[in-house]
Design a binder for this molecule. Sequence first.
Ligand SMILES: [Zn+2]
Length: 209
Amino acid sequence: MIHEIIPVGLLQCNCSIFGDEQTREAVVIDPGDETDAILARLAKHGLRATAIVITHAHIDHIGGGARLKAATGAPVYMNADDQELYDHLDEQAGWLGMAPPSRTAVDVPIREGDSISPGGAEFRFLHTPGHTQGSVSVWIPAENKLVAGDTLFRDSIGRTDLPGGDYRQILRSIHTKLLVLPEEAIVIPGHGELTTIGREKERNPFLQS
Ligand SMILES: [Zn+2]
């Protein structure tokens, strides 16, 4: 499978593009900003976006969602527990001193255990609340990859001091939903460097009990 990671926007959110070589269908996860760069990367590989997945409704992850949907026609997937945050996108833009981006309807609510299989490979959604109430992680078993949004980072975890954050809950989500994945699974965090489940289990200072 084609996999491109593009750090986008002011906060350099890791936007992932997964594309199937045969069907040319692609899933775009967290198109926070720089829609033109995302579209150019899709075009470069001859890919057609058929799903836009939002790990959570913080502006740096969802800000480009409306523009990408308008350009590709792909449906937007997000957990309904983050709808309120998305409704306050203007306020989030204010915190960062940005112009508010356009918003769009969420087409498909993500629920725990749901999956989509564009082009064949399974993308399984894990509801991992704590950073926000609607935070999800995306597990792609055939690739042995986890897109973790802002739930799990290399040597860190998502902040829980913003509206909807809950420290005990994010730890529970990580322990029960993420650390049970294979140790060699590659983790693509919402920002910064990649890691593995095994490395974080062993060395992440927030996960040692
Ligand atoms: Zn976030």
